[in-house]
Design a protein around this ligand. Sequence first.
Ligand code: KMH
Ligand code: ZN
Length: 277
Amino acid sequence: VIVTPPSGELILTAAIVGAEITREQTPWLPITAKEIAEEAARCRDAGVAVIHLHVRTPDGAPSQDAGLFGEAVAAIREKTDVIVQASTGGAVGMSGEERAQVLQCRPEMATLNCGTLNFGNDVFQNPRPLIRDLCQRIHAAGSVPELECYEVGHVDEALRLHAEGVLKGPLHFQFVLGVPGGIGAREDVVRFLVSQIPPGATWGVAAVGRHQRPMTELAMRLGGHARVGLEDNIYLEKGVLAEGSAPLVARAAAYARSVGREVVDPARARQLLGISG
Ligand code: KMH
Ligand code: ZN
């Protein structure tokens, strides 16, 4: 069953920095505020409405420092009107306090990671009290949460948070597929996850590595939103590095239009996501 929403509108997100990818893996990774802003603007031109943002110290190490994050957001704001979605996931091993620092910048959106999982050979810690604490802080910062689910049980946890009244709607899920240690990137998985969320909730897919293209294209056919970018995948084709996230966005946008989806601008995405700005 193809579940295209009445409008067929599609929000594209680019995850342009991440916490794990290094300059040794790809020279196209933006690190400074200027590089990040230029990449955000290129992605906007290619079709994104949302930039999922991590920042780095000058030597490339992942950081959640509010000063560095604020600098990147200010540089982005000078160039483009994208929605900035702050990562409160940070990097594995960071404390909750460290991860929450970016909320001092009151980003329009912020991720809420809905459970602990093995993350490659590390453990990405999201104990239930931390999820609740971050959720409250996200709302207090005036940010709209995006619910990052890497496992089926993470969807249940998000729904529980909503039932408890800690998480306020509208609910926007991101199904993150293919993390080694998390749920696989397969069509049956996407269909099942979508079947678990309430009517009116919105959803998107972010898939890792070689799964990025087929899974985001599947999401577009099924009526979901999609995230691409170097955080999740550095290759345009097997063995061919993407020259930044923008080429991945351009290809995703072209595919979206080819299946009848309308790629929306940030102003429309704000309305669809319940961002008041
Ligand atoms: N870097 C990952 C451990 C998020 O941005 O909210 C977590 C992550 C999730 O990237
Ligand atoms: Zn992230």
